[in-house]
Every structure is written in C-alpha cells, then in structure tokens.
Design a protein around this ligand. Structure first.
Ligand SMILES: [Zn+2]
Length: 513
C-alpha cells in the first residue's frame, strides 16, 4: 500500500508541472483559436452567453487532451504545437471571416484546384493573426523547455484514453457538438470526405432496363423540403397564414403523408429510390428515379441548398449537373444561406434546349437554426428566437421562427411555380420529415416521434399539363386526404412523367385511382 502511495506521489510530482503547463497552453489556445468558432453564434440576451461559454470550455478542454499529448515530450511539443496552433488558427480565421468550416466541399476544392477560392484570400488581418499565434507559440515552446521531459510512465495512457473516451462519448450524445467545431472539424471533414469517396466507388444497381417515356415535352420539378410539418401548413387548416402565395394557386396539398424516417440522411434515399419499409436495400444499393428519367432522355439537374455528403452525392451525380449553393458553408453555420439563391440556377436549367427536364430542388427549408434560413424581411410572426440556446419559455419565439421559415418556403415554391406556369410542367414538393416543436419537451428532429412523421407535401400542375392529363389531376384531388407513405414519391414521379418502368408500381402512385 505504501509503495503504491509512493508511486502515485512520484507520478503526481511529474504530472503537476506538466498539467500546469498544459493548462496554460490550452488557455492560450482556447482564447486565440477556439473562440473564433463562436464569431457567428446568435446571442440575443446576456444570459445566452453562458451556454456559449460552456461550449467553449468543452471544446477547449477537449483540445487540451491533444495539447497534453503533445506536451508529454518537449521535442514533440516544440515541433508540433506551433504547427497545430497556426494551422487550426488559419481555419479559425476562415470561420471568423467567412463563416465556413472544413467540410467535404472545402477538402475537395483544396485537393482538386491549384488556387482554391478559400486559400487564395490571404489578407493583412490574417497575416497579423498568424504573427500573434507564432509569437505565443514560441513563448510557450520556451516555457516547455524549462520543464524536464518526464520518462514514459504507464500512468499517461489512462489520462489520454479517458480524455478521448469522454470526447467521443459527449460528441456522440450531442450530435457531433465537438467534432463540428475547430480543431476537431478537421477530423470530421476528412472522415466524411473518405466515407464519401468509398461510397462513390460502390457499384449501385442499374434500374433503367425497360424504361420508356411517351411524353416529348415536360418539366418535372421535385422539391425536397426540410423539416416542414403538414400541420403547420395553412393549406391544411393551420390557423396561421403560413402559405399565402400557394393559397392563391391551384395547389393540391396532401396532409396525410407518413414518413417512417425522422432525419434527412435516412429519409432522402428512401424518397428518391424504390426502397420501402419492407425493403431498405435499394436506398443504399440502387440508383434513384433520376437514372430512369435520364434513360428516357430527360436532362437532370440537382440544385441543392444543403451540403452534399456520402448519402446525397451518389444521387446528385446521377444528374447531368449539380449545383450546391455556398458549398463551403455547412448546415450548422449561422449566416444566411437562402433557398431563393438557387432560383438563378433554376432559370439556367429551364433555358436548356432539351424539352424534357427533371430538376431536383433540395431546400434547406425549415432546418434548425430557423432564422438563419429565411431573409430578415420574412420575419412575419414576431418575436422570434435570437439565440441558438433556448429553453421552454422560448417556445412561442421558436414556433414564430419556424412558421416564418414555412412562409419563406411558400414564397420559394411560388417563385418556382411562376417560372413553370407557361410550360407543360408538374411540381411535387415533399418534406423529408417533420419537426418537434416542444412536444414531450423535445425539439428539432431525428428523435423518432410521431410528431416528426407527418411531413408536408404538395403538388402543382401547369394548365397545359392539366389539359393533357385530367385523369392524373383528378386522381390527385381524390387522393389528397388519403394516407400514403413517403414511398409514394418514386412511383408517382415516374407516373407524372408518363414513364413506364418495370419498377413502377401504380398502386403507390398518388396520380392513380
Ligand atoms: Zn431533414
């Protein structure tokens, strides 16, 4: 027992100067680099500073585990700490200046272009910041040299393992709360990038055999919405006017669509492929309806306002062209990324000479944090949430912001309809899932509750389409209150375009009686 105490005592004696030094290094790092993560965090009230401070502390302490690992050896620290500080500091600068993070698009652009948009903008401010980081790093390196390098003791390993175990557990429990932020975003970015590369190499089953189309001129727009609940759409009886523009249009709203999935990454592959609740495999192993349209000589475009990733990218690549709005911004940045920014690209796609067009319009819609995704002029229901952190007493403000995002979707859909009005065209809107708005004390989505399983869905036909296919329009009218699983989309979109395929099941189409 005595020997054990003695060992512990000598271990502590070595640890204390090292831990003190690690704390100093970590503090400098936290102030100079980690703080930049919060440059664009919405903070409305003084009290909201505290959750941000707590998060800063979490990221700083987590970074401290890496710094401790480096500080174990004075030479390792001398060589690697300044590099770590400056490299992640530069990333922090881009977060501060442009609100962009390391995501797969940034990595791809860095790999694939000689003078990427991101790296080419070196300013005086950045130079000054790097000088400060260098001076502080050199000062710390000199201090580290004054501490004796302790011999490798087995006692270090538990400290490091425990540190990384805690980081990974907290991160998992809180939806990537640590890995989304600098310096850990480097790890997450590369992890996603390599996962995407592996996924893209995978051979998917071709489902174009037997595809045939009888229509020679048609524009089909499929809008994949985000987190919009059917019961917050005024067309379905919601008392607030969330859809004033579409109320003036001949829109058929389907209010009883059921989505088995409550998060984007699961629901979208199920919407685009012929996967259903009994057979999930096609969502990962097969091409989507886009490839069938292409086999029928449709020109296909993917216009996205959400990051591509290993889940969506295979589908975007089935298209002839894909455009991602502000690709260097992740969906967790807080400076606006508005769906209407895709409309100029829609105009371009509509000008193409091919009379058969398929356009997938992937919105950011009602993605959390809602006020980031509609322009300030769309703040119709007031007051709204001004801080990312919130509590139950903010419920009304959150719902106001959410309903504003619904009103903005109404505007964007109306803008699309304006562009389609004089064409033979059909627009199908389906949200990927619903959203929790405080039910059972829960918020946002991906929590597998019934509140998230009734997404909004609408269909609009142009007059010339209505004239040629009155049966489909009539069937849609008759089906609008029926319950469909979101599996309907694959079969219905083929049906809307008069595409015959052995994979199409008419009993799942909303355009059939
Ligand atoms: Zn989603």
């Amino acid at each position: 027992m005595n020997k054990l105490m003695k060992n512990f005592h000598s271990w502590l004696k070595i640890q204390i100067p090292l831990l003190k030094f690690t704390a100093l290094s970590t503090l400098c790092y936290g102030v100079l680099v980690v703080s930049l993560n919060y440059a664009h965090f919405p903070i409305g009230r003084f009290i909201d500073i505290f959750p941000v401070l707590a998060h800063w502390l979490l990221i700083t302490i987590s970074a401290g585990v890496i710094i401790y690992l480096l500080a174990l050896n004075r030479w390792v620290y001398t060589l690697l700490f300044p590099l770590f500080m400056i490299a992640t500091g530069i990333i922090g600068y881009y977060i501060f200046q442009y609100d962009i993070t390391i995501n797969t698009a940034v990595i791809e652009s860095t790999f694939n272009t000689n003078n990427s948009e991101v790296m080419s903008q070196i300013s005086l401010r950045l130079t000054l910041y790097v000088v400060i980081l260098t001076v502080v790093s050199v000062w710390l390196v000199r201090r580290r040299k004054k501490i004796a390098t302790p011999p490798w003791v087995i006692g270090y390993l538990p400290v490091i393992l425990l540190g990384f175990f805690l980081i990974s557990t907290i991160n998992q429990l809180r939806f990537n709360t640590i890995y989304q932020r600098n310096p850990f975003c480097i790890y997450l970015g590369f992890k996603n990038y390599f996962a995407e590369q592996t996924e893209l190499k995978k051979e998917r089953k071709d489902i174009t055999d037997g595809a045939e189309c009888r229509i020679d001129t048609l524009t089909v727009v499929v809008v994949i919405g985000e987190a919009l609940r059917a019961d917050h759409v005024s067309l379905n009886g919601y008392p607030r006017e969330t859809f004033p523009h579409l109320a003036q249009e001949n829109v058929i709203s389907f209010k009883n669509i059921y989505s088995e999935w409550t998060h984007t990454l699961k629901s979208i592959p199920h919407i685009l492929t012929r996967a259903d609740s009994a057979n999930h495999a096609p969502s990962t192993d097969e091409h989507s309806f886009i490839s069938i349209f292409k086999a029928c000589n449709f020109t296909a475009w993917w216009l996205g306002n959400q990051d591509l990733n290993k889940v969506f990218k295979p589908f975007a690549l089935e298209c002839d062209t894909f455009i991602i709005n502000q690709p260097f911004k992740s969906d967790y940045n807080f400076t606006g990324k508005y769906d209407e920014e895709l409309l100029p690209y829609l105009d371009k796609a509509l000008q193409l000479p091919n009379p058969r067009k398929l356009i997938i319009f992937h919105q950011v819609g009602s993605h959390w944090y809602y006020p980031s995704y509609y322009p300030p002029s769309f703040e119709y229901f007031k007051p709204v949430l001004k801080s990312k952190s919130f509590n139950l007493s903010d419920k009304d403000k959150i719902i106001n912001a959410y309903d504003n995002s619904a009103r903005y979707t109404d505007y964007v859909l109306w803008q699309i309809i304006e562009r389609l009005r004089n064409r033979k065209s059909v627009l199908i809107y389906l949200s990927d899932h619903g959203e929790l708005l405080g039910e059972e004390g829960k918020w946002i989505h991906a929590q597998d509750t019934k509140y998230e399983k009734n997404p909004a869905c609408m269909v609009w036909f142009s007059d010339s389409y209505r004239k040629i296919y009155p049966d489909k329009v009539q069937a849609a009218e008759q089906n609008k209150n029926k319950r469909f699983r979101s599996d309907f989309l694959f079969h219905s979109v083929l049906d809307a375009a008069e595409i015959q395929s052995p994979y199409r099941q008419d009993k799942l189409s909303i355009f059939q009686n």
